[in-house]
Design a protein around this ligand. Sequence first.
Ligand SMILES: [Zn+2]
Length: 301
Amino acid sequence: MPEYRAPRAEMKKLAEGIYVYLQPFVFYSSNAGLIAGEKDGVVVDSLTNQYMIEGFLGKIKEISDKPVRFLINTHPHGDHTYTNHFFTEATVICSSKCREVTLQMPEDFIERARTEVPAMSFDGAKDTPQDLVFEKSLTLYQGGREIRLVCLGPGHSPSDTYVFLPREKIVFCGDILFSGTPPLSLAGSVLGHLKQLEILAGLEAEIYVAGHGPVVGLEKVLDARDYLETVLAEARQCFDRGLSFQEAAQTIDLGKREWTSAPAFFLFAQCARAYSDFRGEEPGSPLNVNLMELIPARQGQ
Ligand SMILES: [Zn+2]
């Protein structure tokens, strides 16, 4: 196996004291945020492995010598939580459902991920239950800065939270928003995800920080919403005609070229979850298909 190297990442300044740590978009390589105040720092999401988090912590130290007092997990996926334990002085905050899912993760999940995604390193990765939970929303104040955490329930994952800075008009979207690829609702609900994107668009922020991919503006949020609307409408027709979700994924006409050129995995995943929504199943409930098998094969696409 080739030696693992953490992807080249960049700490990008978005406004005074507000930064995003941007990693290139491959599976298990996500973005994180830093909100640096006079007394302390607030971080949005940890990363997958020790090499990534050491890179991020190094950049944080270059910006501020103040302790990171709060770490927010936007949702319970490992690429946003596995290195929580590196923030030794931080209170880790998330929605109550997010903590519940973190606690329920099977013990061998990380071991299985090592096999399923061999190109990724899981050194230093572990599930660490969060310290403080909220139901719908929670506001942190960092001096005069307001940091709003709002849980939007299931969509991308079983429980997604966004972090909004109303004065700066910046929103850390977690994985409700991907940029450069279509949205992914495999672990949540396509119907829920569509609502989440509508709410993010309604914030009319100036800067949207995607969980994966570059920072974008409102237009890309509207694009993601349109994509889900199209997938839902088309998948519903296939469902009503009695087609399987695989057949739906192969026949759906997405129209826009940038959508049709995305890896096929995205559309298969969306159709599988949309069918689950149409059957009235619980958001995030296990699907009887191993779509994860498709992911390693599509790495680097
Ligand atoms: Zn995720």
